[in-house]
Unconditional design. Structure first.
Length: 201
């Protein structure tokens, strides 16, 4: 196999040829069967250091240029792509060239990222700079109404981003915990916290 990519940031067993990286990208679209953005695909592959960031970016752009990936209508926040018929043929014919462990890690990561993006679209975090730091406003959406909205102070942007990430990881748990606290439902407070930290025993 000809290695024609940079090795930086690639874990043992990762992909070191652009041919393999393009195959993996097509395989992700073929397996997940969802329209996905360029950033999501790159993040999915980079999560477990399956390939170099710059090489994945270049491979993705080449697939778009060759019409193996087709740009779809924006979902409102980012441009998403779908697999063309030729891209599907690549995924089907070249599937056996990739190690199962690489495919499995990338697909599981892509599915998790899709779930995370869905959570981020349905629940909101606004970070607002103030004279003394940042206000982080978190909102739990119930569809047509907001179920919960609160604002936390963060002294710097790093802590503000930590609050944002933590909230978006457990929005329903935050809501259930707050509701249990306000209604003095002790059992449900413990149950909600176990969802985050595991058994409290």
């Amino acid at each position: 196999m000809l290695f024609n990519t940079f090795d930086e940031g690639i874990a043992p067993g990762g992909l070191r040829s652009k041919y393999e990286i393009k195959t993996l990208i097509c395989y992700l679209y073929y397996s997940v069967k969802e329209n996905m953005s360029r950033d999501l695909i790159i993040e999915a592959i980079r999560e477990d250091e399956l390939a170099n960031f710059f090489e994945v970016s270049a491979a993705f752009d080449e697939l778009v240029a060759d019409r193996n990936l087709i740009e779809c209508a924006s979902d409102g926040s980012e441009t998403v792509y779908s697999l063309s018929d030729n891209g599907k043929m690549i995924a089907e014919q070249l599937d056996s060239t990739l190690a199962y462990s690489v495919k499995d890690k990338a697909v599981r990561c892509a599915l998790k990222l899709l779930a995370d993006r869905k959570t981020a679209r349905e629940n909101f975090v606004d970070i607002e700079r103030t004279e003394s730091g940042f206000n982080v406003k978190c909102t739990v959406s119930g569809g047509d109404i907001d179920l919960l909205s609160f604002t936390l102070y963060a002294p710097d942007i790093e802590q503000a981003e930590i609050i944002k990430k933590s909230f978006l990881s457990y929005p329903s748990t935050v809501y259930k915990t707050m509701l249990a606290l306000m209604t003095k439902d002790r059992d449900n407070v413990g149950g909600a916290l176990e969802e985050v930290y595991g058994s409290l025993d």
